[in-house]
Design a protein around this ligand. Structure first.
Ligand SMILES: [Ca+2]
Length: 208
C-alpha cells in the first residue's frame, strides 16, 4: 500500500511540474473566453429613424410622413460572455489562481459584402467581470449616435436611399483579474440597415 501511495505522489508531482511550466508563460491563457449569445442569435436592426407614435401627417395622411416626433436613437444589444478554464479542477482548488476575467472593451469593424461604404471602426470601453466557470450578460453599443447621423445612414430616412446589410465584427479584449494575462475573442452579427416604417410604440421590446 505504501509503495502504491508513493507512486501516486510521484505522478502528482510530475503533473504539478507540467502545470507550473505552463504558468511560467505570462501570456499563456488558462481560460477560454468566448461569446455564447449575441442579440439572442437574432440579426441586428439598424433603424435610421425612429418614427415616434405617428407615421403619417394627421392632416395630409399617407404618404406624407409626420416628422414632429421623429428622433434618432443608438442601438444596444445584449451579449453573454463565458469563461471556461482549461482545467477547472486546478483553477478552483484551494489556493489556486481563480481565473476570473475582466472584459475591458471591444472594437467594432463593419463589413459589407456588396463593397458599399461602411462606418469606420469604433472602439468602446467596458468593465465587465466574468468569473471562472461562469457567464455574464452585458450590453454592446452596436450603433453609436455619431454613426447614425452620418449621410450613409441619414440618407435612408423616409425611404431615400435603399437599405442594405452589413456585418459587425466585434473583437472583445480583456485580461485575467490580478495578472497580466490578456485575452481577445471575436463575435459577429449581421445587421439590417434601413428606415423601417414602424411606430415606436408598435416595436417589440429589444433584447432577449
Ligand atoms: Ca424608422
Amino acid at each position: 500500500m505504501l509503495k502504491r501511495f508513493l507512486v501516486f505522489i510521484g505522478v502528482a508531482a510530475v503533473a504539478f511540474g507540467a502545470l507550473a511550466g505552463c504558468d511560467s508563460d505570462q501570456n499563456q491563457q488558462r481560460s477560454i473566453m468566448f461569446v455564447t449569445s449575441l442579440n439572442c442569435g437574432a440579426p441586428g436592426v439598424l433603424d435610421a429613424l425612429e418614427q415616434g407614435d405617428t407615421l403619417w401627417d394627421p392632416a395630409a395622411g399617407p404618404p406624407v410622413p409626420y416628422t414632429v416626433d421623429d428622433f434618432i436613437s443608438e442601438d444596444w444589444i445584449e451579449v453573454t460572455f463565458a469563461n471556461k478554464p482549461y482545467n477547472p479542477t486546478v483553477l478552483t482548488g484551494s489556493g489556486a489562481p481563480h481565473g476570473d476575467y475582466i472584459v475591458e472593451g471591444y472594437v467594432i469593424t463593419w463589413v459589407r459584402s456588396d463593397g458599399g461604404p461602411v462606418p469606420p471602426p469604433r472602439e468602446e470601453a467596458m468593465g465587465v467581470s466574468v468569473p471562472s466557470l461562469d457567464e455574464t450578460i452585458a450590453l454592446v453599443r452596436l450603433v453609436s449616435m455619431q454613426e447614425k447621423i452620418t449621410p450613409l445612414i441619414t440618407g435612408l430616412q423616409y425611404g431615400g436611399a435603399p437599405g442594405f446589410t452589413m456585418t459587425a465584427v466585434i473583437d472583445f479584449f480583456g485580461r485575467e483579474a490580478g495578472t497580466d494575462r490578456q485575452t481577445t475573442f471575436r463575435s459577429q452579427i449581421s445587421v439590417e440597415v434601413d428606415d423601417f416604417i414602424v411606430k415606436t410604440s408598435d416595436k417589440p421590446d429589444p433584447g432577449c
